[in-house]
Design a protein around this ligand. Structure first.
Ligand SMILES: Cc1cc2nc3c(=O)[nH]c(=O)nc-3n(C[C@H](O)[C@H](O)[C@H](O)COP(=O)(O)OP(=O)(O)OC[C@H]3O[C@@H](n4cnc5c(N)ncnc54)[C@H](O)[C@@H]3O)c2cc1C
Length: 564
């Protein structure tokens, strides 16, 4: 058995930032990742990271914008912590050598982002995640974090109500290992791959959230899924909000801007949920072309596009055949971010399982509420990676020895894999067929606009996927690099998360943030200022509950009509 003080599953920004705290506190710290850490989804982040570092800005304003953007369902204590710690978190990265873009005077450059009243988004051109991830990876190597790369989380293990590690599979050999630890963190990212059209990496299958729910650690806010206004029409690949931050327009098929009808003050830089609904309304009213509207940057000029938006230009050329210097880019709302995650206290510890922590997109701390502000996610990874890392250090130092792991853990996981491989091909279903049907149904029925009828169709698709999963077979029976088995296990996680997401969407009979129900078009602050939790109960069913929104008594955070 392998043993560490701190075990972190996930080597994206949140996982590596938490690991930095563990290893620099002198604890034996290990990180597990199903892909090489530098391929983690964080690497794809484009536009930037928010922080009130400009002397004319104020973290209280950042916190206010975040509470409002969250449609008044974010936890106010966590939002205050994130926004007040943001400047230091960005400066920490700067000091580690992260190559942020600069102003002429050498200060960190910042651009405007949606839903905010100050240009507070620091960036490294349009490759911010790449720059930040490489910086934290260098630190992990420098301080000697133990990295298990290409190891797959199979099961979380616990002793009573205390986490004590995980069973992981070495993907290269198929070998199973129990890793024992005093404190365990899930930093496994979100579940955007539940939707056929999305901006996410293939790996974003929400594995950690599903495993947490299975061992009794509730997830929360699973109904809140962010649809980004500007995914490329054909592929869903992201065109960053930073492009609108630089001054891009949204136009309809005749070249006219339309955002003044929906957000007269902020226009294209309204909050994402508002812009996505505006676009879908325009498309549904016939102002789109081939299911898309257009993002126009031509007026920004060639020099600015080449200097600040080089990746965006290349993505448009490669994946849409459009050079934005010459032509508007066809875009449409596409699944981008999942606000739901493992429900934690304000220091990142599960509300139910001791010693189990969560950080980053896998967590529901909750700083994003019903709608995340652009550039607040990278911020969450570095602030809450740090806070959660420190909380884990404190917890691990208070535990003499990790509780012993059950010796049967490995045998039961091994039996599960053997049973999966033994399934007959005859009358069986391939994982890709189940996945396509599920994700297309989610796209169709649980997207920007929802109602009872469409949600019922989404639930029927989830139930069909569950039934089909019982007949799933894998062609590859080998142990080494068996991606057939891995993708089947990821699908099992997606099905569970799909069920939780649709159940919570059916339960929430109001419209708030990204959850927009045409049959309940208004926000209902009397009944629904609450998080909906989801956990797998003893009967193996998803059970919903409620968890209070944490408030601070700040009058400025009292719910108001949300206008941009
Ligand atoms: C295209 C794009 C652009 C974005 N741009 C921005 C931006 O400009 N600003 C912003 O704030 N946000 C942005 N976001 C959102 C932001 O990038 C992510 O929310 C954030 O990076 C998530 O980081 P994370 O550390 O939580 O998870 P991830 O970076 O997703 O890392 C998850 C880690 O968990 C590991 N893992 C997962 N499952 C398993 C398993 N079963 N076993 C072992 N390991 C596992 C993975 O290998 C990986 O290392 C963007 C998102 C997208 C899709």
């Amino acid at each position: 058995m392998k043993k560490h003080d701190i075990l972190i599953i996930g080597a994206g920004l949140a996982g590596l930032r938490a690991a930095f705290e563990g290893v620099t506190a002198g604890l034996d710290t290990a990180v597990v990742s199903k892909i090489h850490p530098l391929r983690s989804h964080s690497c794809a982040a484009q536009g930037g990271v928010n922080a009130a570092i400009n002397p004319k800005d104020d973290w209280h304003d950042h916190a206010y914008d975040t509470v409002k953007g969250a449609d008044y369902i974010g936890d106010q204590d966590a939002i205050d912590m994130m926004c007040s710690e943001a400047p230091q978190a960005v400066l920490d990265l700067d000091a580690m050598g992260c190559p942020f873009s600069r102003e002429e005077d050498g200060t960190i450059a910042q651009r405007p982002f949606g839903g905010q009243n100050f240009p507070r988004t620091a960036y490294a051109a349009d490759r911010t995640g790449h720059a930040m991830l490489h910086t934290l990876w260098e630190q992990a190597i420098k301080y000697g974090v133990k990295i298990y790369d290409e190891y797959f989380l199979m099961e979380l293990t616990k002793s009573g109500d205390q986490a004590n590690g995980a069973v992981v599979m070495d993907i290269k050999t198929g070998g199973l290992h129990q890793i024992n630890a005093k404190a365990v963190c899930l930093a496994t990212g979100g579940y955007g791959r539940l939707f056929a059209s999305n901006t996410n990496a293939m790996t974003n299958t929400g594995d950690g959230i599903a495993h947490a729910m299975r061992v009794g650690a509730p997830a929360a806010d699973m109904e809140f899924v962010q649809f980004h206004p500007t995914g490329l029409r054909s592929s869903g690949i992201l065109i960053s909000e930073g492009v609108r931050g630089e001054g891009a327009y949204l136009i309809g098929k005749d070249g006219e801007r339309f955002m003044h009808k929906y957000a007269p003050n902020k226009l294209e830089l309204a909050s994402r949920d508002v812009v996505s609904r505006a676009e879908m309304t325009e498309i549904n009213n016939g102002n789109g072309k081939n299911g898309a509207i257009f993002l126009d940057v031509r007026h920004l000029g060639r020099d600015l596009i080449l200097e600040r938006l080089p990746q965006i230009r290349q993505l448009s050329i490669d994946f849409e055949g459009v050079d934005p210097i010459e032509q508007p880019i066809p875009v449409r709302p596409t699944c981008h971010y999942t606000m739901g995650g493992i429900r934690t206290d304000k220091y990142g510890q599960s509300i139910r399982i001791k010693g189990l922590f969560a950080a980053g997109e896998a967590a529901c701390v909750n700083v994003h509420g019903a709608n995340r502000l652009g550039a607040n996610s990278l911020l969450e990874t570095i602030v809450y990676g740090k806070i959660t890392g420190k909380a884990m250090v404190k917890f691990a130092k208070g535990v003499a020895e990790a509780p012993a792991a059950n010796p049967d853990n490995l045998a039961s996981v091994s039996a599960r894999i053997a049973a999966l491989k033994a399934r007959p091909k005859k009358d069986g279903v391939r994982q890709s067929d189940i996945r396509t049907a599920l994700t297309e149904a989610m796209n169709e029925n649980c997207s920007v606009f929802r109602d009872e009828e469409r949600l019922a169709k989404a639930m029927a698709a989830v139930q069909k996927a569950k039934a089909d999963y019982a007949k799933l077979y894998v062609d590859d029976k080998d142990d080494a690099f068996n991606t057939d088995v891995i993708t089947a296990l990821e699908l099992e996680n997606l099905i569970l998360l799909g069920e939780a997401s649709v159940l919570a969407a059916q339960a929430r009979k109001e419209s708030r943030g990204a959850h927009s129900r045409e049959d309940f078009p208004n926000r209902d602050d009397v009944n629904w200022i609450t998080h909906i939790t989801s956990v797998v109960n003893d009967k193996g069913e998803v059970e919903l509950g409620r968890d209070a929104v944490r408030t601070t008594g700040n009058d400025k955070y009292a719910p108001q009509e949300r206008k941009y």
